[in-house]
Ligand binder design. Structure first.
Ligand code: TXA
Ligand code: MG
Length: 343
């Protein structure tokens, strides 16, 4: 594949955005970014979950630069984003149940792992025989995928190990000029990464990462119970089972978690984060993820607040954890907090 990305990086997209590298999704800009992607450039794009750092999935040069820019180890495979379910046919073997799942949940926050076809570079899948695919529902991501007409690899647009971005500003805060093309699609609707379902062994469907779509919802469509993998692995072990790093999504500040009945003390060094606005605590170092405990609001606010508290220079963040047994989104929020707090 021929790449002329250097030429594109010298050009500015037609219409400027609010800050240096952030551009609005106007028709002219979208056409520019689609051409830039086709030439091998990377473009940060909004999705309904988090912002992604996108590049041509089947072009090894583009995919390699995704790993480089993120500082991501080559053993951690990328998710391929598609414009429609039919695009998956060239990438993977389609098992029973796949089309029922896509009818129920695509476009949307469900990533599905399938046996890969040879066209997908081993670099992208980190040498694994499987490939992760997802059709995002954010209108900007969807329109761009249609314009490009090819699958885009897109991990979350954060340096490896740091908190995922839920706004365009978060992307530029972390990367500066190393990601000069960012499309602004507003704050992400969900704010947590997609649910990852491993369907490569159709008789043993397994959730590898909880998200907005629950194991119960997936199980209902598949007509069988779906396991949730809860074993947390360290970096070495994760080489054989990526997507399950125990330490992930971490702010620079040390994070500790507390339950419903505990009461950590806010201080100059320690921010305390509650799930909902506390009625009895009035302290400038107390923060909350929602007014009234609404779990969708909590999920949407989590990464933005962790980034904000990091920027404010707190040494430690004590964060109230929802009960994962409440299921659904509470399980996904608790998972991200646990990973962020892992030593
Ligand atoms: O919501 C999302 O999924 C976002 C947006 C941008 O789409 N993307 C995202 O990508 O979170 P990333 O790369 O940050 O997380 C993808 C996870 C990684 O932990 C990776 O190890 C896992 O998916 N993964 C990818 N391919 C896999 C495979 N073949 N087998 C097991 N895990 C895989
Ligand atoms: Mg990520």
């Amino acid at each position: 594949m021929v790449t002329h990305s250097a030429e594109f990086y010298k050009k500015a997209p037609p219409q400027k955005g609010a800050s240096s590298f952030v551009y609005p999704p106007t028709g002219d800009n979208m056409a520019f970014f689609a051409e830039a992607l086709k030439a091998g450039c990377l473009v940060a794009i909004p999705t309904e979950t988090v912002y992604g750092l996108a590049g041509l999935a089947l072009d090894e040069t583009a995919s390699r630069s995704i790993f480089e820019v993120k500082g991501r180890p080559l053993m951690d495979p990328l998710i391929l984003h598609v414009a429609n379910p039919a695009m998956v046919e060239q990438l993977a073997d389609i098992p029973a149940g796949f089309s029922r799942l896509t009818e129920a949940f695509w476009p949307g926050p469900l990533t599905i792992i399938l046996p890969k076809k040879p066209i997908v570079p081993n670099l992208v899948t980190a040498g694994k025989p499987t490939v992760a695919v997802r059709m995002p529902r954010h209108p900007v991501a969807h329109a761009l995928l249609e314009l490009v007409g090819q699958p885009l690899a897109a991990p979350s647009a954060n340096p490896f190990g740091y908190v995922s971005p839920s706004t365009a500003q978060h992307v530029t805060d972390s990367f500066g000029e190393s990601v000069p093309f960012i499309i602004d699609g507003g704050a992400c609707e969900i704010g947590l990464e997609s649910t990852i379902l491993d369907l490569s062994r159709p008789d043993f469907p397994e959730i590898l990462r909880p998200g907005a779509i629950s194991a119960e919802q997936v199980g209902e469509i598949l007509g069988r119970p779906v396991q949730v993998r809860n074993k947390q692995l360290n970096l070495d072990q994760a080489a054989t089972a990526p997507g399950t790093f125990s330490k992930h999504y971490s702010p620079k500040a040390r994070l500790s978690l507390f339950g419903e009945d505990e009461n950590p003390s806010p201080s100059d060094n320690q921010a305390v984060v509650y799930l909902q606005r506390p009625s009895s605590i009035d302290d400038k170092h107390a923060y909350w993820l929602s007014e009234n405990g609404n779990m969708e609001t909590i999920a949407r606010s989590l990464f933005a607040l962790l980034r904000q508290l990091d920027a404010m220079g707190y040494e430690t963040i004590a964060c109230q954890k929802p009960n994962p047994a409440s299921g659904g989104l509470a399980h996904a929020v608790a998972d991200r907090m646990q990973r962020a707090a892992a030593k």
